[in-house]
Design a protein around this ligand. Sequence first.
Ligand SMILES: C[S@@+](CC[C@H](N)C(=O)[O-])C[C@H]1O[C@@H](n2cnc3c(N)ncnc32)[C@H](O)[C@@H]1O
Length: 265
Amino acid sequence: MLREAIAALTTPATRHARRLGYVHEGIAIEARFRRCYTDWDPHIGRCQRTILSIAADCPQKGRVAVLGSGPLCDIPLPDLAGIFHEVLLIDIFHPPRARALARRFANVRLVDHDLLGFEGGGPGPGHNPAVILAAWRKKVGAVDLTISANLLAQLPLVPGKAWDDEGLRHRGLDPKTWADRIMQAHVDDLRNGPGRSCLISEWRRRWYDRDRHLIEATDPLSGLTLPPPRESWSWMVAPPGELPGGASLSVEVGRFDLSDPLSTG
Ligand SMILES: C[S@@+](CC[C@H](N)C(=O)[O-])C[C@H]1O[C@@H](n2cnc3c(N)ncnc32)[C@H](O)[C@@H]1O
């Protein structure tokens, strides 16, 4: 806990990321990665192999952007840095692990960017997710491959009290509709390019009690227009001991192919 508190205080971050709680979340993900390495390892291996095969197939190898790069648990950074001329790691907060890894490669750049554009004051009646979720492209320019790794379903989970369900309703927004709209805008941005894209996202969540009985299953992407996952695997994201009361959380993670017309149902 002390180590996390010090990291949260000393790691560079924008005031915006700190205020909304992304710094706290990012440090917590990195710490869970260290604690749960054995449970996470199969998922990490699947993600990295999937990303590598897509990167190797990419016809142009100029620039790759990783959206939601976070602590880089899922990202085979040394391989990407070897394959592409430039690697852009795009996140609202870059935790210490990402900073340390990125420093090892001259062609890797950290980009601070809030994909939801909340620096501009947050969502309101004029909020246009299609424009906002594509704004990162204006900031960094054209890329040959965009990787969205375990970001999509996290996008609407804005930490911090200002944007909880009540805060959204106060601004005239229905929380479920708002969440679906921003996630769909992210999917559409990946689909529309330019360049190829790779979407890896959780698509089902299963909560278990201390006796490993299923309590609840939810589909965070149920409101989106998406093809079925091309491949899918389980990730014990919060094994027993991580959540209060002995509960645990497992998610299904899929690779969604957005560019192959045969797979878009
Ligand atoms: C589950 S983590 C992804 C893990 C990461 N792919 C890895 O390899 O470790 C989700 C990431 O999305 C980022 N994120 C969430 N909302 C964001 C937003 N609005 N703009 C930019 N990044 C965001 C978080 O900061 C976090 O690093």
